[in-house]
Design a protein around this ligand. Structure first.
Ligand SMILES: [Zn+2]
Ligand SMILES: [Zn+2]
Length: 441
């Protein structure tokens, strides 16, 4: 998940719901709990092993092998190299029925771990041509271990399973770790969709989860409709005419134009978007231009991100950004060229009827601790699966309930850590969602 700081408080915004009748039957729930408990020790060991050996996007070779070997041992049909280093396992139940997909992401981040753990990462990797420290700072080690455990539990329940479960282990959720080979290169979820991961057999519904420190262990955060924002990366190149800093009138100053463009882009959100409908965020994360005090440079380059929850507002913002930057530059004789890195991430939008249908299951496995989550302006490429099949993505609380939630390091922090008790909750939820979805006509 591409994340921003989670500055929301749990409490009044989160509404516990009571569980309607059609959730998992009590004996089945007890069976799931027993089976998850039986695999929990190994699930934690897998998570620690993956944590100690993190791999950057599209370099998840060791992790993919660990996953594929495990799925083969369970007797699943396994495909490797799907959309890069992706692994897909198909479990066919003994009874006829629909097809449900469960997804985990496998990649780590270029972050130096600052958590004091016996299995803390000391790994290095290559990010954009440079050697970097690598860490599972977003919890994808946990997601992978949860789905490996879920596969084992469901494989053990094959005789009572209606239909099939597709286990999708995805690479490169965090975006590229090397420069794209072409402007339209697909990686991660989209590359797996291109490779036909949701076909043959065709997937009827897809579920995914994300560990999140803003919720306590035992709690699941869900939301109908948009839960995560779209994410578009953009660059702006502002070109002027280089000259001596003492005689600016002899050139065209791209630095002053850039300053105006940065401010102008912010007025798109504050003055032109109907933010009472949905929020939009435009952020510039990098500005580069010039190399000394008395030379006005030839050009300046900006790099930033746009987040939105509504497709039309997203498209409108991107169009207005181009007009704003180009017009402001033109006013001083400079030139602005705006580029959006393709394809951006769409908003993660949970199917309303699927969410309503599966909510009782989430309530059942958490003992009524599934709560409405605020929407977050982070983004996820799980949205690519949701474009092809109804999908539901939810948050899995990962902080020890005795700790201060606000003090917990957020995803992508070098101090990010999870309480491993969260893994069993995740495995129970994924197992129950698959069984329950397939049990219903
Ligand atoms: Zn992330
Ligand atoms: Zn993530």
């Amino acid at each position: 998940m591409k994340l921003t700081t989670l500055a929301f408080a749990l409490g009044s915004c989160l509404l516990a719901m009571t569980a309607p009748a059609q959730a998992v039957e009590a004996p089945l729930l007890a069976d799931i709990q027993t089976r998850v408990a039986a695999v929990e020790g190994r699930m934690i060991a897998w998570r620690r092993d993956i944590h100690q050996h993190p791999e950057l996007s599209n370099q998840e070779h060791r992790t993919a092998k660990l996953v594929a070997d495990h799925l083969r041992k369970l007797g699943l049909e396994v495909k490797t190299g799907v959309g890069g280093t992706g692994v897909v396992g198909l479990l066919k139940g003994d009874l006829p029925g629909k097809v449900v997909a469960l997804r985990a992401d496998m990649d780590a981040l270029p972050v130096k771990e600052l958590v004091d753990l016996p299995f803390a990462s000391k790994a290095k990797g290559k990010h954009m041509g440079k050697e970097v420290d690598v860490m599972h700072a977003c919890g994808h080690d946990g997601h992978t271990a949860i789905l490996m455990a879920t596969a084992e539990v469901l494989a053990g329940m094959k005789s009572q399973l209606r239909g099939s479960v597709k286990f999708i282990f995805q690479p490169a959720e965090e975006g590229p770790s090397e420069a794209p080979h072409s402007e339209d290169e697909h990686i991660g979820a989209l590359a797996m969709v291109d490779a036909g991961v949701l076909e043959n057999p065709k997937v009827d519904a897809v579920f995914g989860l994300h560990l999140i420190p803003a919720f306590p262990v035992g709690t699941i955060g869900y939301r109908s409709g948009a839960i995560l924002a779209s994410g578009d990366t953009f660059t702006v190149k502002v070109s002027g005419k280089q000259t001596h800093g003492g005689f600016p009138w002899n050139g065209i100053d791209p630095i002053v134009s850039t300053a105006q463009i940065v401010m102008g882009l912010q007025t798109i959100v504050s003055r032109q978007m109907n933010i009472s409908k949905e929020p939009v965020v435009v952020s510039i994360g990098s500005i580069h231009g010039g190399n000394r005090e008395n030379i006005i440079p030839e050009s300046v380059e900006l790099l930033g991100t746009v987040r939105a929850f509504d497709d039309r507002m997203r498209d409108d913002t991107l169009a207005r950004m181009r007009t704003t930057a180009e017009s402001i530059a033109q006013a001083s004789g400079a030139k602005a060229e705006v580029k959006f890195l393709k394809p951006g991430y769409s908003a993660t939008v949970n199917d309303e009827s699927l969410t309503a249908r599966m909510l009782p299951t989430l309530q059942q496995v958490t003992g009524g601790k599934a709560v409405v989550s605020p929407k977050l302006s982070a983004s996820e490429d799980f949205s690519e699966f949701q474009k092809k099949a109804p999908g539901m993505f939810f948050f899995l609380g990962s902080t020890d309930p005795k700790r201060d939630l606000k003090a917990a390091a957020p995803n992508h922090s070098p101090k990010f850590e999870i309480d491993e008790a969260s893994l069993a909750v995740g495995a129970r939820a994924m197992t129950a969602l698959a069984l329950d979805y397939l049990a219903q006509p």
